[in-house]
Design a protein around this ligand. Structure first.
Ligand SMILES: CC(C)(COP(=O)(O)OP(=O)(O)OC[C@H]1O[C@@H](n2cnc3c(N)ncnc32)[C@H](O)[C@@H]1OP(=O)(O)O)[C@@H](O)C(=O)NCCC(=O)NCCS
Length: 225
């Protein structure tokens, strides 16, 4: 038996059998979503409970309103990101929308024509593994590569987790009557950011196709014939 394995066992907590310290984080592959993912997006949003719906949308949207929201997403206008787990279940969705700066409360802070607004949700079972932060980072890179220098988020001030992510990213946060406007000024694109975005999407697409084919094969071979 190799030394790292022995050490790993020695470091496990006797009461839980889990290693000491924070849970190791897997690589998070963020993929741009499209029409093919709409059905899974619907399921992801409908699985959010009332408190998550409130945090994500600022109001407890009914199932019907959520279905309308998903049905109304225009993949040619907005950029939607997702993270799939090993079972090819969509466990997180980030929605990045560009709007004329005049339409946003922070419009005056930029000289660019548009600013971006981002909203995100991660399924409860997948939280605390860096997925929300990775979606945010991916959205920020996309903004930089599309000549947008302001990334905006609106959330409840009581949303401790999102406030933590926003502060960690260096966002400027303005609080008013229980709500918070957070915005991040982004540097211009560089060859490195263009390459990073393209590479991340390619790797995530490979992973997506692999999981989709695996799932298809599992269904095909388990079907009664
Ligand atoms: C907010 C949300 C997207 C975070 O997703 P996530 O995948 O768990 O986020 P991450 O794992 O990337 O990061 C969570 C961070 O918050 C920290 N955190 C968790 N709970 C916290 C709390 N109560 N107070 C402060 N920080 C907290 C974690 O320690 C972690 O920090 P670290 O990366 O420095 O260790 C998820 O909780 C969610 O979907 N909530 C409901 C919808 C929502 O609030 N959307 C945001 C408004 S648009």
């Amino acid at each position: 038996m190799s030394l790292p394995i022995q050490l790993g066992r020695w470091l496990r907590k006797p009461e839980t059998g889990r290693p000491h310290g924070p849970r190791p984080r897997r690589a998070v592959l963020v993929k741009q979503l499209g029409e093919r993912d709409r059905r899974r997006m619907r399921r992801h949003f409908l699985d959010l409970d009332d408190s998550d719906r409130l945090l994500r949308f600022g109001t407890v949207l009914s199932d019907e309103r959520l279905e309308q929201y998903v049905a109304g997403i225009d993949f040619t206008r907005d950029t939607i990101y997702g993270v799939y787990n090993r079972m090819f279940r969509l466990v997180a969705v980030g929605h990045l929308a560009f709007a004329p700066k005049a339409a946003m409360p922070v419009g005056g802070a930029t000289t660019k024509a548009r600013i971006a607004e981002f909203g995100v949700s991660v399924s409860r079972s997948a939280r605390g593994r860096g997925i929300g932060s990775r979606l945010f980072e991916r959205a920020a890179i996309h903004c930089r590569n599309n000549d947008v220098d302001t990334l905006y988020m609106h959330c409840l001030s009581s949303n401790q987790t999102m406030m933590h992510i926003a502060k960690k990213a260096g966002m400027q946060i303005e609080r008013e009557r229980g709500e918070a406007d957070a915005y991040l000024r982004l540097p211009a694109a560089s060859p490195a950011t263009l390459l990073q975005e393209a590479l991340e999407e390619q790797v995530a697409t490979l992973d997506y196709n692999f999981k989709a084919n695996k799932r298809f094969a599992a269904k095909f071979f388990s079907a009664d014939r």
